[in-house]
Design a protein around this ligand. Sequence first.
Ligand code: AMP
Length: 283
Amino acid sequence: MKYTPQVVYTREELREALAQLSGKRGLVMTMGALHAGHLSLVKYARERCDHVVVTVFVNPTQFAPGEDFDAYPRTLEADVEALGRVQADLVFAPSTEQMYPHGDARVTIDPGPTAQVLEGETRPTHFAGVCLVVNKVLNMVRPEVAVFGQKDAQQLAIIRQMVRDLDMGVEIVGAPIVRDSDGLALSSRNAYLSAAQRSQALVLSRALEAGRTAASAGASAADIVTRTRTVMASEPAADLDYVALVDPVTFLPIKRGEGVLAVAAKIGSTRLIDNTLLEVSDD
Ligand code: AMP
């Protein structure tokens, strides 16, 4: 028989539903329009916990004016069905009024220096909005474990730092990037791409692959970045924001050791990000 998770929309319903769950609780936070990447996070949480709570909430405080908050795909019915297939226990899909019943928060979180570079340069208010909502949801759900995707590597680093610095007492688990068979990192925003743009978007994963190949061959950090940029430049439809090879914790440039090679570019009006972990051996 088809399994459907319980879906709750209000804080009160959430509280009541959580009271029915005993044992270790895992949390996966999403903005919906779920794909196999999101579902992999649920599987990670399942392996580590007795119950998995998934939030579906397009968080207005992490979008700046002019970004795609209104256009962001909202597909709750299909999301709940997909979450049934991976045995999520509980889905919390609040309205903006449920999440922010008192309007704008007057106490906010400063996500620190990691939030000021790369994504933070283009989206200066983004990570404060992410930290605010992550805090609120962690406080509401009180999970032992919360799983986030390496797809948003900078977000993962900032959340880890916040949890560590504020002694938040939740284990943060990072899950690897899930890609389509042609290499494109799954993203809800891929839904904005036309067929032609989708194939142009493959340049991001191709560029990262070139960077990885260079790293394996012992190239310097500067050369890895140059090789990655060269591939990005080969696609005229890609409007590059950045290519950077950075420390996985601080997101500052590195010369050697473990790094995140990160790329962001617009294809048409759709902004895409991707990254890969690699080791820079050169010195
Ligand atoms: P979003 O709905 O885009 O806010 O993403 C919710 C969570 O899913 C975040 O922790 C993302 O990093 C993660 N996620 C999104 N896309 C992928 C992917 N392709 N592979 C793994 N995790 C992902």
